[in-house]
Each structure stands twice: as C-alpha cells, then as structure tokens.
Write a protein that binds this ligand. Structure first.
Ligand code: NAG
Ligand code: NAG
Length: 201
C-alpha cells in the first residue's frame, strides 16, 4: 500500500484508527543468528496515553539480543531489564508475557537487513494500548532514510504523527544515572509495576 493511500485511509478511520487491513508477517527466511547482537532502539511508535505523556523524556537505548540453541532469545536493555522472547512456529515471530499489561504479546521482526536496521512490531492485533513499532539500528546514528522508512511503516499501520518519535539523546550508562531519567516506556512501566506488586520475575 502506498503511503498516500494509507494516509487517506487514516482520514476515513479517524486519526487513531489502526489499519487492520493486511496481516503482518515476519521477514521471509528470518535468520536469528544474523539478527543477534547489539541493537540501538532509535525509533518508537506508540499510541497509548502514557507514551504521549512521557515521550519527551524517552532516550535512545541500547540492547543486546542473545539467542539460545532452541531459537528463543533474551533481550537485555541498558536498564538491565531482561526480556525472554519465546520462538513460535513462524521464524521471526516471538511471544512474551508482558508484566505491565498481563497479557502475552507477539513480537514480529517485520523487516531487517541484519547489518543496518530492523522494523519490529509488538502486538499485531493492533490495539492502542498494547501495540508498538520500533526501529532498531546497529548504530546509534540517526540515518534519515531509516527514520523515514520507519515513519512510513508506522503511518501505514495507522499510527498518528504525534505517536512516532526518534529520540536524539543516547541514554547514558544507567548505573551512573538516577532512575528517573531512564524513560523507556515499556521497560520503565514494567519495572514500576513490578516494584508495586513486589513481583520480580
Ligand atoms: C535467558 O534468560 C533466562 C532467565 O534469565 C536464562 O535462564 C537463560 O539462560 C537466558 N538465555 C540466554 C540465551 O541467555
Ligand atoms: C542494509 O540497508 C542499508 C540502508 O538501508 C544499506 O546501506 C546496506 O547496504 C544494507 N545491507 C545489506 C546487507 O543489504
């Protein structure tokens, strides 16, 4: 679908109407080995109210993705949160249990060329509270062509302009920083939910 058509669709569906017109599949022949290693999260699209409130404080963050021999992966962010994603029958699609929302979410590697970027969709049922798109880059340098690719993709799914951000500041090493500056939408909220519930897992 062209961007213009997607934008037109958004106008009909209302600015926050997610586009559920076409199913989203993982990248064909997904290669987990090539996908593993360091990634910077350089773009986020999120339509939730909480995100709107905190998006100004969100920084670029770094993560390390480590697969095991079964094809499951752990993603460790600089915040030291570890996410364990379980493989599904679809290579390039994983699931995990969100502590914040208390539901199982799917994570789909929609597009990647392994050496430069990846577009990742979380929760493809397209829900304003749960769905997120992220752009990951092998480098923290913001390349306009990659940002544009990410923006077009998010817009085509029905995200509004305001919901799409590309943070400029790199998160400093979190160990030296007070926790309040480490705004990472999902990770932060999950950590807070966990501390409220005393529920560490
Ligand atoms: C992923 O994390 C879990 C729980 O912390 C751990 O048991 C497992 O060994 C880790 N796997 C890899 C590949 O690091
Ligand atoms: C990945 O994409 C970037 C730009 O989009 C390009 O410069 C690079 O050559 C690509 N790498 C591969 C392996 O296709």
């Amino acid at each position: 679908m062209t961007l213009a058509l997607a934008l037109l669709l958004c106008m009909f569906l209302g600015t926050h109407g997610f586009n559920k017109q076409y199913p989203i599949e993982p990248q064909p022949n997904f290669d987990l080995e090539k996908f593993s290693g360091e990634w910077y999260r350089i773009g986020i699209a999120d339509e939730s109210e909480l995100f709107a409130k905190y998006k100004k404080h969100i920084k670029l963050s770094k993560g390390l993705l480590v697969p095991d021999t079964n094809g499951n992966v752990n993603l460790t962010m600089w915040t030291m949160s570890v996410y364990s994603y379980e493989k599904t029958d679809d290579p390039g699609e994983f699931t995990y249990f969100s502590q914040r929302h208390k539901i199982t979410k799917d994570v789909t590697i929609v597009e990647t060329n392994y050496t430069d970027y990846s577009l990742v969709l979380k929760y493809k049922n397209m829900d304003k509270e749960y769905t997120q798109v992220a752009l990951y880059g092998r480098s923290s340098i913001l390349r306009p062509d990659l940002i544009e690719k990410f923006r077009s993709f998010a817009l085509s799914l029905g995200f509004s302009e305001e919901a799409i951000i590309a943070p400029k500041d790199l998160d400093p090493c979190p160990i030296l920083e007070p926790r309040a500056t480490l705004w990472l939408p999902e990770e932060q909220e999950e950590a807070e939910a966990e501390s409220r519930n005393n529920n560490i897992d």
